[in-house]
Design a protein around this ligand. Sequence first.
Ligand SMILES: *Cc1c(COP(=O)(O)O)cnc(C)c1O
Length: 362
Amino acid sequence: MKYGRMFNFSAGPAMMPESVLEEIASEVMNYRGSGMSVMEMSHRSKVFESIRDQAEADLRTLMGIPDNYKVLFVQGGGTLQFAMVPMNLMKGGTACYVETGSWSKKAINEAKKFGKVEVAASSADRNFCYIPDCSDLSLPEDTDYIYICENETINGTTWPTLPNTKGHILAADQSSMFLSRPCRVEDYGLIWGGVQKNVGPAGMSIVIVREDLLRDDLPQYVPTYMNYKIHADNDSMYNTPNCWAIYCCGKVFRYLLDQGGLTAMEQRNQEKAKILYDFLDQSKMFHGTVDPAFRSVMNVPFSTGDKELDAQVVAATKAAGYDNLKGHRTVGGLRASIYNAMPREGVEALVQFLEKFEAEHR
Ligand SMILES: *Cc1c(COP(=O)(O)O)cnc(C)c1O
């Protein structure tokens, strides 16, 4: 790693590709002869408009987003989407949520403020270490939409196949897996992701929503900013957007295209995760905490089974240059987040370090 940078295993904000950071640094004083930084630029300027347009075009290419879907850049981070989704998709019926961990629980609690919510399936019985079978859910007739968190960042689970929605609208929080692998956008009514996990700087979410779900008849109380249609009708420029985040995300989209797109990323991410899971599966000290069929490729929670030893590992890894391996405060243990920007060498080096730690502490 250059510049004294660490292998940063944070769940988010997380690592960005080094070449992207270098490019941003080279443009920070004077963006391509405009005489100013993107941070200082009017969002209504031609220069910024072209940054925004290019970012959207590149994202559309990367994900193969069909023309009847809108791409929105919305401020407020992931948590705002927990409210925006029900505000925009509830139509007086039932919103069905699948409870798979910390982030879906938060989404459920928020949605309850706006209407009727049913938990259609849950993996709470085993501490969220798996994804429940959703091939034949019993869904009420008045189901407005089905909501999933497709990769639970804290619990480290991911959906191997999408739920059978029986024709209802699927809404998915993809925050911690956004752009980690190819995605069939047509299978969803709405996809959203907070960008600070796998893409760029915090404080923005990208929402991909099917056009026919945009509405003029939202309840009167819905704030203007929280109506997806307002963002769609104004190319995400109804008000001043998070220009800096859009610019940085655009750089990452371009980088991913240059790397071979999402198929190439999936291949690399699978390889990286395998290195870590293979180690955990043979270790006598460490073990993964998720049922193998549902293991996330992005967030790998693990533990020694001993709180004090876990804390020792966190301290030792940090001292050795591997940062942010402490598990989330709500679940404890350890967690390595290995998003797109984590190089394979980072995972290999971490595994070598853990092997050495295990040998020395047996
Ligand atoms: C981080 C995260 C969120 C919340 O994002 P904020 O920007 O912190 O509000 C929501 N869902 C998932 C899956 C996340 O990983």
